[in-house]
Ligand binder design. Sequence first.
Ligand code: BTN
Length: 323
Amino acid sequence: MALKQRILELLRSAGGDFVSGEQLSESLGVSRTAIWKHIRALREEGYVFEAVSHRGYRLEQEPNRLTAAALIANLRTNVLGRQLTLFDEVDSTQNVAHELVRQGAEEGTLIIAEQQTQGRGRQGRAWHSPKGKGIYMSLVLKPRIPLHFTPQLTLLVAVALCRTMSQYVGDRVGIKWPNDLLIEGRKVSGILLESRADDERLHYVVAGIGIGVNLTAEDYPPELHKVATSLRMETGVEIDRTAFICAFLAELEELYGLYHREGFAPIQALWEARSVSLGKRVTAVAATGTITGVAERIDDSGALMLRLDDGTVLPVYSGLLET
Ligand code: BTN
């Protein structure tokens, strides 16, 4: 067992009491400097220790960690998340998901990571993924739908996420077209849908979901301070990520079933009810160039319909420009 784990074991077995540096170094057969270095590394991973001279170290708090066992025990779904892989660190859960599909992964396969070194967002942006603070997950879906309906799935996932999040922050959370979840103007979550298809046949999609859960202001780089937020920053309490993931999967499975039974119309209505984009004047890139108009509704394919000043209504398929 690694030295860090052995230190943790000794401190845990002290049941909240102090263990001196000398005792630790003797029991583990290493120097006190080695103990101190490992304590420092554990602090960086989110462990909280009280250190008092002449008394030693006391384990105060362990990082809020995800475990496959707790996730499986709390799942309320039949399909989504039933095949689940949890990683400590990956480049991107999206890459792992695509690889698992190549190896035969089925619908509902879920990949979660505590940390991503190359988390990616839409339009080539990076997704800030600090260890143990957020939810970074990718879900494999294999819906039997025509290829051109694929964008509907982004909206479906956004509705499921918004409904889950409103259990924590009420109706302060809304959806900015197509896939950003905002709490009072600040982004708390984003969705990246990547699909593989040939000709007109959709093989599968990987729905990548990133959520700012327990990040504090210091966990964000300066350029995100004004534009990003987390559930913890909004509620003032640490959020149980296992409970959130399981609640989200249950919402999504229910909506996914509704979508297969009744089509996009009910999802469209739910999306519109939670949208913060509709009725707003926005600028976006359309097939004809950059256009500005009032966002009126979404159409059957998931496109945002803008009414321009001359009264024409045009669809927009990619993200809105910041104004
Ligand atoms: C966006 O708003 O631009 C979408 C962000 C999507 C981030 C998630 S985190 C889990 C999954 N893995 C990735 O690399 N990206 C998505």
